[in-house]
Design a protein around this ligand. Sequence first.
Ligand SMILES: NC(=O)c1ccc[n+]([C@@H]2O[C@H](COP(=O)([O-])OP(=O)(O)OC[C@H]3O[C@@H](n4cnc5c(N)ncnc54)[C@H](O)[C@@H]3O)[C@@H](O)[C@H]2O)c1
Length: 264
Amino acid sequence: MDVKDKVVVVTGGADGIGAALCRRFAKAGARHVAVVDRNADGATAVAAEIGGTAYVVDVSDAEAVANLVAAVEADQGRIDLFFSNAGIGDGDPDPQSATSSPDWVWQRAWGVNVMAHVYAARAVLPGMVARGEGYLVNTVSAAGLLSQIGGAVYSTTKHAAVGFAESLAITHGDHGIKVSILCPQGVDTAMLRQGSPGAPQNLDGVMTTDEVAECVIAGLAEEKFLILPHPVVLTYMQRKTADYDRWITGMRRLRNKVSGQKSL
Ligand SMILES: NC(=O)c1ccc[n+]([C@@H]2O[C@H](COP(=O)([O-])OP(=O)(O)OC[C@H]3O[C@@H](n4cnc5c(N)ncnc54)[C@H](O)[C@@H]3O)[C@@H](O)[C@H]2O)c1
């Protein structure tokens, strides 16, 4: 997809990767960019900067997401690209225990990192399928393909997000719907800065949000399922599937190397 003249929705658009995506899509000539976030001030500022519209929405609220889609469709006639990017990163409170996050943290992450993608697709697909075209991109993480040391909640919900995106692609490909997942490692955002600089996801280099947005433009042009700003992630995936036990041993070794550090 070339986003020129397209109607685009970006969630988590107030900050970080989402804000860079909004700016890059506007620069690429998108017809309209809807900047969606629960952070009203941030969304309003980004929308004002690019001539888009700010929508204050909690993406884990199904009704709010349905209302968002209806409002953009009423205003713009259609949605060509829905970029479900908002996410939250919870680290294990006790790095020695993968079960240490309380249930409410699991539930909250499930709502934002998984169900938000479901709510968006449920709301936007009818219009896209009726037109026989549309593009859904879900920001996941390399943690959804590999794992996040010290982040059981994050890893689990991001794995689930990969599973849902696969289902979308398999079920709706024949309806003309394109699906991609964006799976970076470390990106210099507020989420990353809340963790330790030596955290494992930073070891292959921390990208800027503008660099990630550039990879997205290239990935959309190719319309491939996997958009990997850090290409080494593909090598890690191949090692994981080639010998799962050896990969787990390697991850345990890496965990021991970085232990004592907050990993998100
Ligand atoms: N930064 C990284 O290193 C990194 C790496 C891999 C994947 N990711 C993923 O990239 C995406 C964007 O993260 P980021 O690094 O830009 O983080 P960020 O914290 O800078 O931005 C996230 C944005 O999402 C918004 N948001 C969070 N929960 C929301 C909700 N319930 N409803 C509406 N908006 C909500 C926040 O207000 C914020 O503006 C996330 O899905 C994250 O998991 C980030």
